[in-house]
Design a protein around this ligand. Sequence first.
Ligand code: GDP
Ligand code: MG
Length: 162
Amino acid sequence: MPTIAIVGRPNVGKSALFNRLAQRRIAIVHDQPGVTRDRIAAPCVATEHPCTIIDTGGIGATLDDGFADQVTIEADIAMETADAILFVVDARDGLTPIDEALAQKLRRAKPPVHLVLNKADHTEQELMVGDFAKLGFGAGLPVSAAHGRGISELTELIDSIV
Ligand code: GDP
Ligand code: MG
């Protein structure tokens, strides 16, 4: 079964997106970034083709060294185990140094990387979408895990790669 890993810095909405795709509340969505959780895998029921999704949030979250190490470990695990990677960023925050550090690592990934701009709750105009192209993974797909916006486009994307 193909495995899709959801990767991104803390608090971008990886778990919220995971729950959307699993159509269950498996992963805990936290207001606080970097809250320790286990890695969770679940069948992706939102897609036509069967696949497994992995929420990498929480990996390394107990490390005191900060987010840089956390995202490094997440990226390593995703790059080793996944058939494709969903690289999630926060469309409202815009590009951050942690996103750039993660992107640098993901550019060397064997599995294909697809950029997902989460928290695009409303119109794209107010978002810093342009900046994200700098990461080297295209313009990215705007979605809102909270409101369900763009999720059908995301499942179509996943179906096209699994
Ligand atoms: P993770 O750390 O990447 O797993 O992020 P979470 O899924 O725990 O979400 C972090 C915070 O962002 C929570 O307060 C969520 O309610 C919020 N959030 C997640 N997705 C969205 C979204 O699409 N829009 C908005 N506005 N908030 C979101
Ligand atoms: Mg999470």
